[in-house]
Design a protein around this ligand. Structure first.
Ligand SMILES: [Zn+2]
Ligand SMILES: [Zn+2]
Length: 351
């Protein structure tokens, strides 16, 4: 699960008035819709983790509830409403994420039950709250984090809300993988796709945010064009070390034989017994690396070198799914080593 860092407007590059780096197009679309009074009732904001989906959702919510909006329109980021959104405690905004709350009396805390999906009970809560008029702003906003992790029944329930939404409701679905959503859900949302930025552009943005040139370049390269990822590593250098190590492992294993892959699976599985969070973070990097290959295969990559994609779309997609499945199997307490070995076997090999 990704946690988007709070990025102040002044902190990002000058590309757009909302200060969401690399999202100029999406911001322009939303600004036009707000000004023209034709904002959709549901948006699907898709793109890799750390690319700015959460920040874009927050800026949209702030623009809609700001007490003193700037022309554009853009949020002032200083009023009470803007600050409440930034802090995650605005009364009319509800975030729905894996492990979140529901209304079902018999349900234990989903944060403690290793949920790997958004549950139908969480969507039922959304339905109920959506029918209540907003308290302080013109819209009641639901931010569905990792909408690509909706349980099938939960997705069908959500569909009902998206079909006949109350006029005061705005649903923002954030997804790493827009393709993983039900086509019926996707077709009821307007999609805004965020992509990683070229390394040079991200380097410049980090320098503008106060990083030294060398550090900025190293972070931008390691973050592969994701502003949020680069800022997180800047704040916590241990993340950069983890990322470097895992990336080296992934690169090495793309050409490694069966034995080497199984050795790695054994290491990862035994680490899972001791350090669950760190192992999940490692798997998240695996998934991200393969998602980048998928973007490159689809011709939408951020490669600065102009090298051709290394994998076909089908290969990269299979790899993304393999990593996702390993993650789920681990969380469901199946045999950890088997789960990672299966993943290793499902990844394409290059001689
Ligand atoms: Zn404001
Ligand atoms: Zn529940």
């Amino acid at each position: 699960m990704s946690i988007e860092p709070a990025v102040a407007a002044a902190d990002a590059a000058e590309g757009n008035a909302w200060g969401v780096f690399g999202a100029d197009h999406a911001v322009a679309v939303l600004q036009r819709a707000i000004e023209g009074g034709h904002l959709a009732h549901a948006y699907l904001i898709s793109g890799p983790s750390g690319v700015g989906k959460g920040t874009l959702a927050r800026r949209l919510a702030q623009t809609l509830s700001c007490l003193d909006p700037l022309p554009g329109p853009a949020p002032c980021l200083a009023c009470r409403a803007c600050r409440q959104v930034e802090a995650g405690d605005a009364p009319d905004i509800e975030r729905i994420a894996i492990g979140g709350v529901c209304d079902e009396s018999g349900h234990a805390d989903h944060a403690a039950d290793n949920s790997t999906r958004l549950r139908i009970c969480q969507v039922r809560r959304l339905e109920r709250v959506a029918s209540i008029a907003p308290f302080a702003s013109p819209r009641r906003i639901f931010v569905i984090d990792t909408a690509d992790d909706l349980q099938t029944e939960a997705a069908h329930a959500l569909l009902k809300t998206l079909e006949e939404p109350p006029a005061t409701v705005l649903v923002l679905l954030l997804a790493t993988d827009g393709d993983a959503l039900l086509p019926t859900i996707r077709s009821r949302c307007q999609e805004l796709m965020l992509r990683p930025s070229p390394v040079a552009a991200l380097t410049a943005a980090l320098v503008a945010a106060g990083a030294e040139a060398d550090e900025a370049h190293a972070l931008a390269r390691l973050a592969r064009g994701r502003y949020g990822v680069a800022q997180r590593m800047r704040a916590d250098p241990t993340l950069a070390v983890l990322r470097e190590t895992v990336t080296d492992d992934i690169e090495r294993l793309t050409t490694a034989g069966r034995n080497e892959r199984f050795d790695y699976a054994e290491t990862l599985a035994s680490r899972w017994q001791r350090e669950r969070e760190a192992t999940l973070a490692t798997l998240e990097l695996w998934r991200e690396w393969w998602r980048d290959q998928l973007l490159a295969a689809a011709g939408a990559g951020t490669s600065d070198s102009g090298t051709p994609p290394r994998y076909s779309t089908a290969e990269a997609l299979q790899a993304v799914r393999a990593v996702q499945q390993a993650r789920e199997h681990l969380l469901q307490n199946t045999n950890a080593q088997l789960a990672v070995e299966v993943m290793m076997l499902d990844l394409p090999v290059r001689a």
